[in-house]
Design a protein around this ligand. Structure first.
Ligand code: COA
Length: 187
């Protein structure tokens, strides 16, 4: 079971960040987190009115991550409130089971103080100690400078582009950049 107990670090602002695996009781707070992030960010594919999750569905999602040895669902808390989330899941087919895709988000009022870094650092440490996880993958829209900078800081590189993958409106498109990072430990 991919379950990490709480790890604490101090961020740039001096606040204490707790990073831990999500538990069922986080379901409502995670819906609230996703709704806020979708409302606040123009860089994400989903729009806030497309998020129609119930607490039960979110609990199922938490359960699925907890039950899979190659998945991880992390939350970052400051002062007891969830301000960041990272999800990671490896492929279900045997030939894709060594690589997984991640997503990360931080609430606007807690961005640029190190929360995203704390979440990614935890994923990388976990994957290095994991016997099967060899490659971390993600997709990010070409205009999402803060996220691209964060990924590059942690050694992710571009491996391709999905041209005109995102349509903002008539004649208005964005490419989606695919990025990867190998887990630097022989397995
Ligand atoms: C992308 C995101 C996760 C970064 O999280 P964060 O907690 O703000 O990141 P950190 O504070 O740990 O910063 C890490 C690095 O990211 C970069 N970064 C962070 N904020 C930045 C900004 N506003 N502009 C440019 N670079 C930025 C910097 O390289 C920074 O490194 P540094 O602290 O050494 O300068 C956050 O901005 C976010 O959730 N955005 C909305 C959702 C989203 O876009 N998710 C990614 C989808 S692919």
């Amino acid at each position: 079971m991919a379950y990490l107990s709480a790890k604490r670090c101090r961020c740039k602002s001096g606040d204490l960040i707790t990073v831990r695996s999500a538990v069922l009781d986080d379901a409502a707070a995670l819906i609230d987190h996703s709704t806020s992030v979708l409302l606040e960010s123009t860089f994400l594919i989903s729009q806030s009115d497309e998020l129609t999750l119930t607490e039960e569905q979110r609990q199922d999602w938490i359960r699925q991550h907890a039950a899979s040895p190659t998945s991880l669902l992390l939350v970052a808390e400051v002062d007891g409130a969830i301000v960041g989330m990272l999800n990671f899941a490896c492929g279900e087919r045997r030939r894709l089971a060594h690589r997984g895709t991640l997503g990360v988000s931080v609430r606007k009022d807690h961005q640029s103080i190190g929360v995203g870094s704390a979440l990614l650092e935890t994923l990388i440490e976990w994957s290095e100690a994991h016997p099967a996880v060899e490659k971390l993958c993600l997709a990010v829209v070409e205009t999402n400078g803060p996220a691209i900078q964060l990924y590059q800081k942690f050694g992710f590189a571009e491996e391709g582009r999905r041209q005109r993958e995102v349509k903002l409106g008539p004649g208005q498109y964005l490419d989606d950049i695919l990025m990867y990072r190998f887990v630097d430990v022989a397995k």
